[in-house]
Design a protein around this ligand. Structure first.
Ligand code: AMP
Length: 602
């Protein structure tokens, strides 16, 4: 697939059309200094071209002609968006819809610079490519598996919960990608290996990956914690930071800037944040540059030791990111003398190793080394393209097999005579809203249901009128009312309990008519042929929701040319599957879909 990958920073936009399998770029463009008079566009690595981009929408508009030219008419199959913070909600790449946009916006307090920029990029791209699936790929998602012991800070638990203070981890897309690359190189699956992945670039983090799952990582609630980075301090005694702030009269923003922008390699070396420059200065005898490299490498080594203890055994240590892929000096300082877990650096290999697209994985340990040391080229954009393509392909497949779900709230069907007893002689039901099944409508009329124990007011009447009165409630409603109604197909009310209905002009006590509606699927004959079922079949259905995936048994199939494909569940069942309502109304379409698994009964 051709995937447009967008990576938006606070004042930048990077876009590329990428082949999801090979990672090959068809076009690559970036716009920098968005919102400033100096905004400029770069076509691949070409020279800066001034472009008046006031926001991310205008930046994308400026980039599009370059991408259009590059793709030469080939279709774009999906758009993948890098999103920095997915909070506790997103544990995997997610198709963008309105609720996802809202959730990314709601996570802004956790990533005040990044998430709004990511969101602006997504909105601009949704406008430019409205007919293509958009997928958000989160830097934090891979670390959703961190166990509570690794993700919790030892502060007041209530306070932590209130403000979402916990360790989320970042660089997840990169750690997962290089783990997969390394596993393939070693002829194994990520699920067979215990790995320590060191992403050493301008931002830097270490991740302990136990059989494919992130179990520890050095970045925390924000990307400030952990390793020494280009301009970020990484771990620091908070007491020391407070002391400096007090002594220098810094406010919170001043402290933020000090630790995020003026520390790390730049703060230590005084040379800037570029490791190449620092290495050059260190080689020329600059003591601050040497110290910067020593502190940087010592911190990584310390984490490797700690993560080896977390994992219990280590199959391979991976070096990636601009520094990890290229710097022999840094890798040597980190990985020499690791006899503790049988890792022996091959100094010659290490000296020349430069992991890149051309040679993505290079072994830098000796043949006899028990733990492999590997330089691995990361490519986060390729990873985003891959994740996007996977989701697009899955969605296409699921769309073929899936059934929209509607949640049926408690409701009442009435005979014409009952309508008149409750609402007055000659009264006709007043349609309020059409329902998805043709001819059915929700009415303006509502009634009170009075049970032996309690009553429920405001229960909606559905039209048109029917040959028998019928009250459909959930199991929870039954307990509340004090009734014991059976699970029945709609229309089958014989021998069911009665109830009193109270309307504005009178009340009626039904002798029978209360049921708990059986889960069912409406479908047209074409759908039935596609799913291989017939009217009256009872099937099992897997519900794929944004909450809890669940399999429902005993789902009745109802086939008629007048039906539209839809599964109806009641509110209890929807709650059990944590289905999220998409549309308000009597029948709420949800974000979940159902897939028939097998036919059980006929
Ligand atoms: P990244 O953020 O992954 O692009 O990495 C950027 C960092 O990698 C910068 O500090 C670069 O100086 C560093 N880097 C790139 N190439 C080399 C190299 N050959 N030797 C040392 N550091 C390098």
């Amino acid at each position: 697939m051709n995937v447009l990958v967008l990576n938006c920073g606070s004042s930048s936009l990077k876009a590329a059309i990428i082949d999801d399998v090979t990672g090959e770029r068809r076009g690559r463009v970036r716009v920098e200094r968005i919102g400033e008079p100096e905004a400029a566009l770069f076509d691949a690595d070409g020279p800066a071209v001034p472009c008046a981009a006031k926001d991310h929408g205008e930046a994308l508009a400026a980039a599009l002609p370059v991408l259009e030219r590059a793709r030469g008419g080939a279709p774009i199959d999906g758009v993948g968006h890098r999103v920095v913070h997915g909070g506790a909600r997103f544990s995997q790449p997610t198709r963008v819809d309105e609720s996802v946009l809202e959730a990314i916006a709601a996570l802004t307090p956790l990533a005040p610079l990044h998430n709004p920029a990511n969101l602006a990029g997504i909105i601009a791209a949704l406008r430019a490519f409205p007919d293509v699936p958009h997928v958000a790929v989160f830097d934090t998602a891979f670390h959703a598996t961190l166990p509570p012991r690794a993700r919790s800070y030892a502060i007041d638990l209530e306070l932590a919960k209130k403000h979402g203070v916990r360790r989320y981890g970042f660089h997840g897309t990169s750690h997962a990608f290089v783990a997969a690359r390394a596993a393939a190189f070693l002829g194994a699956k990520p699920g067979d290996l215990r790995l320590i992945s060191c992403h050493l670039g301008n931002g830097a983090s270490v991740c302990a990956i136990e059989f494919g799952r992130s179990v520890e990582t050095s970045m925390g609630m924000t990307p400030l914690e952990g390793l020494v980075m280009g301009t970020r301090s990484g771990d620091i005694d908070v007491g020391a930071a407070l002391h400096v702030a007090r002594a220098e009269g810094l406010d919170l923003d001043g402290l933020d800037a000090l630790l995020n922008k003026k520390s790390g390699l730049a703060g230590l070396s005084g040379v800037g944040n570029d490791m190449r420059d620092i290495e050059d200065r260190a080689a020329a005898g600059d003591e601050r540059a040497r110290l910067a490299i020593h502190v940087f490498c010592h911190r990584v080594r310390k984490y490797i030791g700690a993560y080896a203890a977390v994992l219990g055994a280590v199959d391979a240590i991976l070096f990636t990111g601009g520094i990890g892929q290229n710097s022999a000096v840094v890798r040597h300082k980190i990985a020499h003398n690791l006899q503790l877990f049988g890792a022996t650096l091959d100094e010659d290999e290490n000296r020349s190793a430069r992991a890149s697209a051309a040679r993505p994985v290079i072994r830098i340990s000796t043949d006899t080394s028990r733990t492999h040391l590997l330089a691995v080229a990361t490519d986060e954009e390729h990873a985003i393209a891959g994740e996007t393509a996977k989701l697009v392909a899955r969605r296409d497949e699921v769309a073929q097999r899936s059934i929209p779900i509607a949640v049926s709230a408690r409701h009442i069907h009435l005979r014409k005579e009952t309508v008149e007893q409750l609402f007055g002689p000659g009264h006709e039901l007043t349609p309020l809203k059409e329902l998805s099944q043709p001819g059915q409508f929700a009415c303006e009329e509502v009634l009170e249901i009075v049970g032996p124990k309690r009553s429920i007011a405001g229960v909606r009447v559905l039209g048109p009128v029917r040959p028998a009165d019928q009250v459909e409630v959930s199991r929870t409603d039954e307990f509340f009312l004090g009734l014991d109604a059976p699970v029945r197909d709609s229309g089958d009310v014989r021998g069911t309990p009665g109830v009193t209905l109270v309307g504005p002009k009178g009340s009626v006590t039904l002798k029978e008519g209360v049921i708990c509606a059986r889960r069912h699927i409406h479908m047209a004959p074409e759908d039935a042929a596609r799913f291989g079922v017939a009217d009256g079949d009872v099937v099992e259905v897997a519900v794929d929701s944004s909450g809890r995936d669940l399999t429902f048994g005993d789902v009745l199939v109802r086939v008629s040319p007048k039906y539209r494909l839809e599964m109806h569940v009641d509110t209890d069942e929807a709650n059990a599957a944590e289905l999220v309502p998409k549309h308000a109304g009597l029948l709420e379409l949800t974000q979940g879909t159902a897939t028939p698994l097998r036919r059980v009964l006929r």
